[in-house]
Design a protein around this ligand. Sequence first.
Ligand SMILES: Cc1cc2nc3c(=O)[nH]c(=O)nc-3n(C[C@H](O)[C@H](O)[C@H](O)COP(=O)(O)OP(=O)(O)OC[C@H]3O[C@@H](n4cnc5c(N)ncnc54)[C@H](O)[C@@H]3O)c2cc1C
Length: 471
Amino acid sequence: MNLREADFCIVGAGYAGLTAAYRLKQAGYTVVVVEARERIGGRVWTKYLTDGTPVDMGGTFFGPGQDRAYALAKEMGCETTPTPNKGDSGLMYKGKFHRYKGLIPDLDVLSLASVWASFQLLSAMSKQVPPEAPWTAEKAREWDSMTLAHWIDNPIHALTEPAKVMITALMMGLFTCHPSEVSFLSVLFHIAAAGNDIELQLKVEGGAEQDMVKGGMISIANKVAEKLGDCFVFESPVRAIAYDEHGVTVVSDKVTVKAKRVVVCAPPNLVDHIQFTPGLPATRAQLLQRMPVGRTIKFVAVYEEAFWRKDGLSGEVAAPDEALSISLDTSPPNNTVGTITSFCMGPPAVRLAELSAEERKTLCLKALMQRYGARAAAPVQYFEHDWGADPWTRGCHMAHFAPGILTNFAHVIRQPVGPIHWATTETSMYWNGNIDGAIRSGERAATELIEATKQAAADTYPYASSHQPIN
Ligand SMILES: Cc1cc2nc3c(=O)[nH]c(=O)nc-3n(C[C@H](O)[C@H](O)[C@H](O)COP(=O)(O)OP(=O)(O)OC[C@H]3O[C@@H](n4cnc5c(N)ncnc54)[C@H](O)[C@@H]3O)c2cc1C
């Protein structure tokens, strides 16, 4: 048996796990990071063209309010670059392409007003939901007993059919599942966790898609991993965690780690596959069974140049009634190539996954031709990734809460179980579901471990541990 000992073990090398490990190392502790894949990054995965141009297949953007993501980028010496977005946006609706300026596509006035009013209402209602404990909101039970679809179905909230189609598509973009799968309270929580303004999550300039990272989103993670050095064990899924008052034994395919504490930084839907001894407390175990994940297939088409800009198009196209509901220009800042990234999310992604790769490519390029013209038919490179088929994610972008889960189970979401602590973006109070949320969760978990260790030392010795807390 390959046995390693360390102060702490980290399960999963996504942004949550990497940040937790790094903050613990900075505080003077030893860590072992056990990762199922052969790479770091988890839901962030940057591929490279032969000339080194990065192509992000997973998490790509951040924007205002995502302070911990910007702070980590700065700390690691990584630069951000604005997401290209100059020019008119496009709306594909009922097979026709419309150009427009601004955030909300060019629908008829009543539909436009209805979408705008619904956004204002959702943002205002989110102020009644504390992101630290959404289950304590005064109307938590009422809102958690209905779905987002139920709210949208109310004609007051979507006055016209196009407004309903648009709101549904935008929400499917946020949750990557149908609104009938999501608790209305969880929608308000998600907005509250991201600055009480739903537009922040939908906008490029001034919103969550404002910036990309030079060299690709994995660059920051690479720098963190460099600083962590030789503490990784790759291609070694954790299968079992045994724990008692003396510590944890983490059993993975290649290594068994003995440590004082462990931070589990694997997505909740996969944590349920790890065998815990003794078994987890019932509410924690049942919460893990109740955090399903949406579905996303991401498509990236690479062209010799960003030719759509010559037509005055920003590249941003919303297509609420099509399978690929969003396309964006994600070309690198030096414009060596032009890149269009498209997303297929929720039920359409489930259907597209059943086609062959060739059929999906044909469908994708046909959609891009309708949006950008004939040149879109011939990308120099083309990539797709179905995150639902990826065994170490099994869905994306994040876990969501169906009705009844936030109010009945989620109060234990961050509660340690003895020496077992929990991170991943799903556990974050702020920017839950985003890279920023993952980083925050890793930092929070590291602080918990440091404090618990100091407390244990203070209980044992007359003087507290010499380890200094971060921040
Ligand atoms: C297509 C797509 C687009 C996105 N776009 C954006 C965006 O533009 N901006 C943004 O902020 N966010 C975006 N996100 C979300 C963002 O990527 C995630 O919120 C974030 O990366 C989650 O990080 P994490 O560390 O919490 O979890 P993960 O990245 O999922 O990391 C968990 C790690 O645990 C590992 N693991 C799982 N099971 C085990 C096991 N048993 N043993 C050991 N290791 C295990 C996994 O391999 C993985 O490396 C996107 C996600 C996707 C998929």
